[in-house]
Design a protein. Structure first.
Length: 134
């Protein structure tokens, strides 16, 4: 006489492997390899030259980002209030402020660019008689 087979469980009892973990490890390894290769090829892992780059570049980036956010925000608010007649005076002031902040944003972008070129070439930024970089 044969015995009936035991009922099959819906749950697996063995280890379940997901391909997402393998993909995550491969992506992390690729990013790490790219970072190390980029640092080695460009020489960006070298020391920062001088305090003007160490403190000036992060400060200039902060000014650049803040001016960008404020300029875009002021322009957006100006567009949203364009149809309101009572807000005409405030709107005029807001538009003028947005234009001035936008100019400051452009100047900050040029300063950040100048400092980044100085950092990439390994020179201390200096506006002397021979140009911005010695």
């Amino acid at each position: 006489m044969s015995r009936p087979a035991p009922p099959r469980s819906r749950h697996r009892t063995g280890p379940i492997r997901s391909g997402a973990g393998d993909v995550g490890v491969a992506v992390a390894a690729g990013l790490l390899l790219g970072l190390v290769t980029g640092l080695a090829v460009t020489g960006a892992d070298g020391p920062v030259t001088g305090p003007s780059l160490r403190w000036g570049l992060p400060a200039a980036r902060a000014v650049l980002d803040t001016a960008g956010v404020v300029a875009v925000g002021a322009g957006t608010v100006g567009l949203l209030l364009a149809g309101v007649r009572r807000a005409y005076d405030a709107l005029t002031t807001l538009r003028r402020s947005a234009m001035m902040i936008g100019t400051g944003w452009a100047v900050a972008a040029l300063v950040v660019l100048w400092l980044q070129v100085a950092q990439a070439t390994g020179q201390e930024p200096h506006a002397g008689e021979r140009g911005p970089l010695r």
